[in-house]
Design a protein around this ligand. Structure first.
Ligand SMILES: NC(=O)c1ccc[n+]([C@@H]2O[C@H](COP(=O)([O-])OP(=O)(O)OC[C@H]3O[C@@H](n4cnc5c(N)ncnc54)[C@H](OP(=O)(O)O)[C@@H]3O)[C@@H](O)[C@H]2O)c1
Length: 316
């Protein structure tokens, strides 16, 4: 067999990157090998990936030289940032600049950048339907990603811009799952109005990215949006009721109430949900289920994801 082309994966020990690493390793006859990038090659997760057959390389996205060294010789690279590790859009933009520069210097032939919309193109700062945050953002963790798209283009990196969706895993890990009210009844409390939410199993993001690398040149320079389902809060609650064997009601939390919950990032997430709801047609339209399935034939619906994961959702 010809030598395999290496895909270097930032965030390899995390949700998106981990899905891609596992997808590449699972395709034993495939054309790619995988290089897992981590800050700590000795961590348990890094060792697990090595044991599965991944190369492992050390780099920190805050250190461009380390990133460039980790990308050397790679055909492809998957780039994701970690907004919730620092809550700084400026740091996120600086990290993307390092990724773009490092990819160019290392001669990467196909990058996938895991991005989101710059919501200010839909909601200018002068639009008071939602507060402006940190002086110049509406949804900081979206806007910084969308603003950063241009960095790949400016640096001449052959890039696919991957628009991701809301992880259903947030119901498990981010405390967004159903909660019991004072009467002990379960409610899914989300600020979505009656709009549909484009959601996905986090693992499927990496699997879709693998499909993009396989299709190669066709996707360079393009934006691709992916989701596993487009569902209203009521539809999600109905699916949860079925999976949990107990009724879950949908409670449409007002955007302002959610923004005022006081946990770190509450305003950012409140604005994000309002963006989903106010621009539902655009947002879901940009995340085509059939395209996602063509990249990843095993793409999970919300029901399929729940069948495998509902028991992991904490019901406080
Ligand atoms: N939650 C959602 O619904 C959702 C939806 C769409 C997009 N997103 C976006 O997804 C991004 C996070 O991706 P994820 O969920 O895949 O992350 P994750 O699961 O939290 O994974 C983070 C991984 O990245 C690595 N990492 C963290 N800081 C690093 C650094 N400075 N240099 C190198 N590696 C670093 C860590 O690996 P090591 O410790 O091994 O270095 C860690 O395992 C966020 O920007 C978020 O906005 C989230």
């Amino acid at each position: 067999m010809a030598e395999r082309k290496v895909i270097a994966v930032v965030g390899a020990t995390g949700a998106q990157g981990g899905g891609l690493v596992r997808a590449i390793l699972a395709d034993r006859q495939g054309e790619f090998a995988v290089r897992a990038i981590t800050r700590d090659v000795d961590s348990g997760k890094a060792k697990e990936l090595a044991a599965m057959g991944a190369q492992v390389a050390a780099a920190d996205v805050d250190d461009e030289r380390s990133l460039e060294a980790a990308l050397r010789g790679a055909h492809g690279a998957y780039f994701v940032t970690f907004f919730w590790a620092h809550f700084s859009p400026e740091q996120e933009i600086a990290q993307v600049r390092s990724m773009a520069r490092a990819a160019k210097a290392a001669g990467v032939k196909h990058a996938i950048w895991s991005t989101l919309e710059d919501t200010r193109q839909w909601v200018p700062l002068s639009d008071n339907r939602m507060p402006t945050l940190m002086g110049k953002y509406k949804v900081p963790h979206f806007d910084a990603k969308g603003e950063s798209n241009a960095l790949f283009t400016e640096h001449g990196v052959p890039t696919t811009f991957l628009l991701t969706s809301f992880y259903w895993d947030n119901l498990i890990q981010f405390g967004m799952g159903p909660k019991r009210d004072a009467d002990g009844r379960l409610a899914l409390n989300l600020p979505l109005g009656n709009a549909k939410l484009a959601g996905i199993a986090a693992e499927d993001i990496g699997r879709c990215a693998y499909g993009i690398f396989r299709k190669g040149a066709h996707y360079i320079g393009r934006t691709v949006g992916i989701a596993g389902d487009h569902l209203t809060g009521s539809e999600m609650a109905a699916a949860l009721s079925k999976a949990l064997g107990e009724e879950v009601r949908y409670n449409a939390v007002p955007f302002d109430v959610y923004r005022g919950l006081g946990f770190p990032g509450a305003e950012d997430l409140g604005n994000m949900f309002q963006f989903y709801a106010d621009f539902e047609d655009y947002f879901c339209g940009a995340r085509n289920l059939a395209v996602a399935r063509s990249l990843n034939p095993g793409l999970q619906s919300f029901g399929a994801w729940l069948a495998a994961n509902a028991r992991r959702i904490p019901l406080a």
